[in-house]
Design a protein around this ligand. Structure first.
Ligand code: ATP
Length: 382
């Protein structure tokens, strides 16, 4: 098994066939994951997919119904949270309001000695420096912003020098702008310490932005574990394709599959035959069986890969206008101006397509895409 990881860092935390059952439902269902030393690993997925339960199993707040959690290769079954060398930060700041910021951070040291030759005061100062709040020691936690309070909560969790940092939606109570700032700070602190981190969020954009690797969870199980770029470009399942970012998923029947060429697919919901390239140029390609004539497949094309032009412009043969291959006729249903781009929803038959445009669009349009920008996500043998 070591061969899978090549020369990468050793495994710090491993879940091996872990399930957690509440009543007659599996909150976590046969999860196997390996988090490497120093890695920023994120569990992302919709509400109820089992992210928090997975994190609680790692922290030791819950014991698995079946399966094994290992730290550094050793089972931690029955080991209580305080003996697992983990630091935990929750969604709510959970700072003690009757203590100063410095006392809150020092509280994190209560069960641990500061490193040799360092006083408690020095250790607290070092941690406040780390979270970029060097002058906050005497302040009242409630006088800090939400983002600052979360940084203090991180300093407190890091005080005893844990091997693993566990963060459960630490930013979900903050507004969007603060969240973006704090996520950059969290990432900086993590890389400065090189601490193995498991992060839980329902926010897929946040997950892509901060993580070394991401596990996209659905119904208690990860559907894909990969680097952010692969999750985005080569989603392994339809769920991942639709959960991570905007996407257009097409389904249809393969009508031509030349040995080294592009597939021709009769898509559901339209009269068009679309061309789709198979194959991958990514580092961690997801295994998709090569489709054959008669198979049903699903593939996706990101909105930014759909070229769109109003029908009038397309008729002028304007450079870049989507004509010829993979041209779809659609009408604009809605344009949302987002500043940098405009997110346009199109009606295509009784389906919707999402595209990106520079300016709001209106009326009839043609949409085209390069066969190489389509990614096959499912193949169903006939
Ligand atoms: P959220 O983002 O909403 O917190 P999540 O992905 O973290 O969701 P979990 O909190 O892990 O999901 O919950 C997974 C499933 O397990 C849910 O259906 C939840 O209702 C159930 N569950 C979690 N904890 C318990 C519990 N203590 N008792 C019973 N059911 C639970």
């Amino acid at each position: 098994a070591a061969g899978d990881d090549g020369d990468r860092a050793p495994v710090a935390v491993e879940l091996d066939g872990v399930s957690k059952r509440y009543g007659d439902a599996d909150a976590v269902d046969d999860v196997s994951l390996r988090v490497r030393e120093g890695e920023f690993f994120t569990l992302v997925g919709p509400s109820g997919c089992g992210k928090t339960t997975t994190l609680r199993l790692v922290a030791g707040f819950e014991e698995p119904t079946s399966g094994t959690v290992r730290f550094g290769g050793e089972s931690v079954a029955g080991v209580p949270p305080e003996d697992r060398d983990v630091g935990v930060v929750f969604q709510s700041y959970a700072l003690f309001p009757h203590m100063t910021v410095g006392e809150n951070v020092a509280y994190g040291l209560n069960f641990a000695e500061p490193p040799e030759g360092v006083t408690r005061e020095e250790r607290v100062a070092e941690l406040l420096e780390l979270v970029d709040l060097p002058d906050a020691a005497d302040r009242d936690p409630e006088s800090l912003s939400g983002g600052q309070q979360q940084r203090i909560a991180m300093a407190r969790a890091l005080a005893p020098g844990p091997d693993v940092l566990l963060l459960d939606e630490p930013m979900s109570a903050l507004d969007a702008r603060l969240r973006e700032r704090l996520r950059a700070q969290v990432k900086e602190i993590q890389s400065e310490l090189g601490i193995t981190t498991i992060y839980v969020t329902h926010d897929q954009e946040e997950a892509l932005a901060v993580s070394d690797r991401v596990a996209v969870m659905n119904g208690g199980t990860p559907e894909q574990v990969a680097v952010p770029r692969t999750v985005y470009r080569e989603p392994a399942t339809r769920f991942v394709a639709e959960f991570v970012g905007d996407n257009n998923v097409f389904a249809g029947k393969v009508v031509d599959a030349p040995a080294d060429g592009e597939l021709a697919v009769d898509v559901d919901g339209g009269d068009e035959t679309l061309r789709v390239a198979v194959g991958s140029d990514e580092e961690e390609p997801t295994a998709t069986r090569l489709p054959e004539v008669g198979d049903r497949i699903a593939f996706c094309v990101r909105p930014e890969h759909l070229r769109v032009a109003s029908v009038d412009e397309a008729a002028d043969d304007e450079p870049g206008a989507p004509t010829g291959e993979n041209a779809l006729r659609a009408t604009v249903a809605n344009s949302e101006f987002l500043g940098e781009t405009t997110r346009v929803t199109l009606d295509w038959g009784d389906r919707e397509l999402l595209v990106r445009a520079v300016d709001p669009l209106d009326g009839a349009v043609t949409v085209g895409f390069d066969p190489g920008d389509a990614h096959v996500i499912e193949v169903e043998t006939r």
